[in-house]
Design a protein around this ligand. Structure first.
Ligand code: NAP
Length: 489
């Protein structure tokens, strides 16, 4: 029995490929899994197509699909500790965070179970003898591609609405973090999904991801990951399509602190914003903007708190942050730290690997703060995706907004102030998909998530997150048919 799931069977990669899964805390081998190639992708897409055409999945009463989602929700909660521990082993994140992830994954399934069937479409008022309806139907076969930072959570934001809408899918997690996705697919099987509705392929983006996005029988590609991969996927979707596409990409997210903000809360949340999961969060508040009059005091307190963050094995109590996801990724982040110094940013704290010998085998980096940054620097403009935050000063509200919007991205941002009207004004003017006021990071399944600008195309979560997986159809019925007499002959 292998780890690919195709047409209701657990199966091995056709060419016999295997891949090591490594614990980023100490570089130890966790397990090995199947490594698919384009042949397996083709089998999986055909299975999804067959199921979409032949199984009664898409035509089931919506309530029955919603029931399956609720069963998955319950099974996720039954296995939550096991899943959370596996996520920690695979990603290095703390167990506390992994537990929250699993709750959020379950919540996504419950939300879409509850949303499904609530919207029977729209009756359009045309004329007394016309019945005109707009209905929403599944798109078809969906290719779902997820990243490694929130492996199960990001996958669930796709899988739950795709199933609720009546689609079939082929899911590809990141090659580095496949384990909890395998567990989720087992639960979907246990919940009773018909064969071919849910399919899983494992393997590299270059091989398996590319084959999936190019496959002619895929109707929709939904992707979460980096900007460059998103561009490649969009190009492939155009070359082979056009076809539906949803992209959740990166961010360089401003966190604006006005001088009248609650100081302790703002410092505290600025840590969460930038250093949660070692900054490997698409919405990380990695670009701190502090009002000039507060700047020096703020940076001093911030650096002191950053130095106190306890790095270590995410499995252990009291550990506050884990390692980066891989050796290669840490090298990329170290490259950005070197760049920041070269560009003239002032290193306030961090910038190196920790010297604790207990952490020497893992892919750790110290929480890093650069001050005296300005918007022309690449370290300020590019997504580092590590525990690195840049600090800029501003003097006026207008300047804060201008700086915060001076990014090619537009995923999320935060505003800290005790003046309610200013908070609302600034939130209104920010060109970012989510704006937090006196908070950072919360998201809820009921509210849309996604980016302006190059942070993506489309939205996940909320009612829009279901619409991504639906096609609108207009059904127009003439209730009193009679010759129109347009042609006279
Ligand atoms: P990535 O390198 O773009 O990879 C994302 C997924 O795409 C992985 O499964 C990857 O496979 C696959 N992939 C790579 N090349 C591909 C190709 N040519 N065709 C098809 N698939 C391909 O991103 P990542 O490093 O995993 O994730 C970090 C990025 O995701 C960051 O930029 C972050 O901001 C973004 N992100 C965005 C959100 C959001 O909600 N907007 C949420 C989380 C993360 P392999 O890994 O197996 O190679």
């Amino acid at each position: 029995m292998g780890e690919l799931y195709i047409d209701g069977e657990w199966t091995q990669a056709a060419a016999g490929g295997r891949r090591d899964v490594v614990n980023p805390y100490d570089a130890s081998l966790v397990t090995t899994v199947d490594e698919a190639d384009a042949t397996d992708v083709d089998r999986a897409v055909r299975a999804a197509r067959r199921a979409f055409a032949e199984e009664d999945w898409a035509d089931l009463p919506t309530r029955r699909r919603a029931d399956l989602l609720l069963r998955v929700h319950d099974l996720l909660l039954r296995d939550r500790e096991d899943i959370a521990r596996t996520e920690t082993l695979d990603t290095g994140k703390t167990l506390a965070e992994a537990r929250i992830d699993v709750e959020d994954v379950a919540n996504a399934f419950r939300y879409y179970a509850e949303l499904a069937g609530k919207d029977g479409g729209r009756v359009v008022d045309v004329a007394p003898d016309v019945l005109s309806r707009v209905v929403y139907q599944p798109v078809g076969v969906c290719a779902l591609i997820a990243p490694w930072n929130y492996p199960l959570l990001q996958a669930s934001w796709k899988v739950a609405p795709a199933l609720a809408a009546g689609n079939t899918f082929v899911l590809k997690p990141s090659e580095t973090t496949p384990l909890t996705t395998i567990m989720m697919i087992r639960l979907i099987e246990e919940a009773g999904a018909p064969p071919g509705v849910a399919n899983l392929v494992l393997g590299s983006g270059a091989t398996v991801g590319a084959a999936l996005t190019r496959h002619p029988d895929v109707d929709l590609v939904s992707f979460t990951g980096g900007l460059n991969t998103g561009r490649a996927i969009m190009a492939a979707a155009a070359a082979e399509g056009p076809r539906n596409i949803a992209l959740e990409l990166g961010g360089k997210n401003p966190n604006i602190v006005f001088a009248d903000a609650d100081f302790d809360a703002a410092v505290d949340y600025a840590l969460d914003a930038a250093f949660l999961h070692s900054g490997q969060v698409c919405s990380a508040g990695s670009r701190l903007l502090v009002e000039d009059s507060l700047h020096d005091r703020f940076v001093e307190a911030y650096a002191e708190r950053a130095r106190a963050i306890r790095l270590g094995n995410g499995m252990e109590d009291g550990i506050e942050s884990g390692p980066l996801s891989s050796a290669e990724h840490r090298e990329k982040v170290e490259g950005y730290i070197a760049l920041g110094k070269k560009e003239g940013a002032r290193l306030v704290t961090g910038g190196t690997r920790p010297d604790d010998p207990a952490l020497s085998r893992g892919f750790f980096l110290l929480p890093t703060i650069f001050a005296d940054c300005d918007r022309s620097m690449r370290i300020v403009q590019e997504e580092v995706f590590g525990p690195v935050v840049t600090v800029e000063r501003f003097r006026t509200e207008d300047e804060a907004v201008e700086l915060a919007n001076d990014t090619r991205y537009g995923l999320a941002g935060g505003v800290w102030t005790s003046e309610a009207s200013r908070a609302q004004r600034v939130a209104q003017r920010l060109r970012h998909g989510t704006v937090w006021i006196n908070d950072f990071h919360p998201y809820v399944p009921q509210a849309e998530w996604g980016g302006f600008g190059r942070s993506g195309v489309g939205r996940e979560l909320g009612p829009t997150g279901l619409r991504e997986y639906q096609e609108a159809k207009h059904i127009y019925q003439n209730l009193a048919p009679a010759p129109s007499g347009w042609f006279k002959g």
